[in-house]
Design a protein around this ligand. Structure first.
Ligand SMILES: CC(C)(COP(=O)(O)OP(=O)(O)OC[C@H]1O[C@@H](n2cnc3c(N)ncnc32)[C@H](O)[C@@H]1OP(=O)(O)O)[C@@H](O)C(=O)NCCC(=O)NCCS
Length: 177
């Protein structure tokens, strides 16, 4: 299996059946509010792996393909974060790349790993011919550092919504690559 190296300390391990449980555990630790059966990381990961229980879901949601990775510290083997994207086909059939489940383990924050990982995925999408990348965000307090980071890396809010069930702002950010 090809494992891209982020630097001498970290590798990106493609999501597989072997590391699925570890990847779910890592994502759930980073996104404690997103364990939903139909929107959480496990759902995206199992759909990506073509779990028979999720048959037809990708087509229903117009998702063409996706890539997900577990970030691992090379010398200890410890999970350090998750990153991924999926390609969504709109009504006109145009593909759009969405950043999905990106975060760094609390144990590894503040050392540049988030920036490094995000830059890697941006470069990868550019190479694949995408001209922009989008993501969903919210005004939740726990997302504050993530939103600050997106803003400083050129991701601009271009659509805003208010959730019906909570006074929480939900928005879409976009960066032109
Ligand atoms: C956003 C996140 C990926 C950043 O990862 P990281 O490895 O710490 O990021 P970096 O070390 O590359 O730092 C990126 C930038 O953010 C800043 N930053 C990092 N943590 C910060 C914090 N707690 N407060 C303020 N700024 C912070 C850094 O100073 C850096 O800014 P700079 O580029 O101007 O120097 C990580 O904090 C994360 O996963 N957050 C939780 C994800 C989330 O939203 N979960 C949902 C919870 S509901």
């Amino acid at each position: 299996m090809h494992m891209p190296k982020l630097n001498n300390e970290f590798i990106l391990e493609p999501l597989s059946w072997e590391n699925l449980d570890e990847t779910i555990a890592m994502a759930n630790a980073i996104f404690p509010y997103n364990r939903s059966a139909t929107r959480g990381p496990e759902y995206s990961y199992r759909m990506h792996l073509k779990d028979p229980a999720y048959r037809g879901e990708a087509r229903y949601r117009r998702i063409g393909y996706s890539e997900f990775y577990l970030v691992r510290e090379s010398h200890t083997g410890q999970p350090a974060g998750v990153i991924g994207y999926l390609v969504y086909y709109g009504k006109q059939g145009w593909p759009t790349a969405w950043l999905r489940w990106f975060g760094v383990s609390p144990d590894f924050r503040g050392r540049g790993l988030g920036t490094l990982t995000l830059k890697w995925v941006e470069k990868r999408l550019l190479k694949k011919g995408f001209t922009s990348i989008k993501l969903f965000g919210s005004s939740r307090r726990c997302e504050r550092s993530a939103q600050a980071m997106y803003e400083s890396r050129g991701y601009r809010v271009f659509r805003t919504n208010y959730t019906r069930d909570a006074p929480r702002r939900v928005f879409i950010r976009r960066k032109m690559l």
